[in-house]
Design a protein around this ligand. Structure first.
Ligand code: NDP
Ligand SMILES: O=C(O)C1=N[C@H](C(=O)O)C[C@H](O)C1
Length: 241
């Protein structure tokens, strides 16, 4: 399998190149900002993107025009931007995932179950921590965890409380707190906290090596090349649905 890798010089780009070498896949083109993806598309079977949210639209337009499957790991898209991009992505086989690790995809399922069982009696907060170089907040993984919690609780994005400051008043049961910590070289920690009077449940995932995301992305690329057009996530790839 031949991969066009966008964002190749970045932390994830380098991890994907290493994973591909271990997984019998070839990087046919390694590109970054300023390179023209169009000139390299003919030689690839699939595109993998870990770059910047600015890059996703152009890359997806090329994928659709040239009918190339694509794996998108880039995060940080605004909600309206993502809605527009998803319509484009649906025209080709596309795996779009804010996190490619097996453990986090299990965390998604556990969060759905815990939210359904515990409900509004348990104050729910999402806490994430990443390295000092990360450009977007909250993380794509936290955004997906929040989507799951809002879906299960039948709440809208108005329920989200990003950090707290000042005289906030007592916490309301409908609030879902979001806290993004940044520092050092933390690869990616996510906790979903459910707190009631008398007990507290915390679901935590800690990534310590970007290889888990990179191997997941290459696995997704191998899977997506034989799929029909449509937007899939890592749960589809892992057969968790
Ligand atoms: N889904 C998942 O499992 C994971 C997702 N991510 C996400 O992947 C993305 C990249 O993360 P990371 O590798 O740490 O970031 P880096 O900043 O280390 O790397 C990003 C790379 O993309 C390049 N780039 C920037 N803009 C463009 C553009 N317009 N076109 C092509 N290339 C561009 C950068 O080049 P330059 O430095 O010259 O700007 C750099 O080489 C982030 O959105 C992050 O959240 C990260 C880990 C796991
Ligand atoms: O930027 C990162 O590093 C990471 N980004 C992804 C995210 O935003 O959720 C996944 C992982 O946590 C690492």
């Amino acid at each position: 399998m031949k991969i066009l890798l966008n964002g190749s010089k970045g932390r994830m780009g380098q991890a994907v190149a290493a994973a591909a070498a271990d997984m019998q896949a070839t990087i046919s083109a390694a590109i970054d900002a300023g390179d023209d993806a169009a000139t390299h598309l003919g030689a690839c079977d699939v595109i993998i993107d870990f770059s910047s949210h600015h890059a996703t639209g152009k890359l997806l337009e090329l994928a659709v025009t040239r009918r190339k499957p694509i794996v998108i790991g880039t995060t940080g898209h605004a909600a309206d931007e993502k809605a527009r991009l998803l319509a484009l992505a649906a025209q080709v086989p596309c795996v779009w995932a804010g996190n490619f690790s097996v453990g986090v995809n299990l965390l998604f399922a556990l969060t759905r179950r815990a939210t359904a069982v515990l409900g509004a009696d348990y104050d729910t907060e999402v806490i994430e921590m990443h390295h000092r170089f990360k450009k977007d907040a909250p993380s794509g993984t936290a955004a997906r965890l929040l989507e799951i919690i809002l879906e299960e609780r039948k709440l809208t994005a108005n329920a989200l409380k990003h950090g707290r400051s000042g005289i906030t008043g007592e916490r309301q049961p409908s609030e879902v707190g979001v806290h993004a910590l940044r520092g050092g070289d933390v690869v990616g920690d996510h906790t979903v906290l459910f707190a009631a009077l008398g007990e507290r449940l915390e679901l935590t995932h800690k990534a310590s090596d970007r290889g888990i995301f990179a191997r997941g992305a290459v696995r997704a690329a191998k899977w997506v090349v034989s799929q029909k057009p449509g937007v899939y996530d890592m749960q589809d790839v892992l057969g968790l649905k």
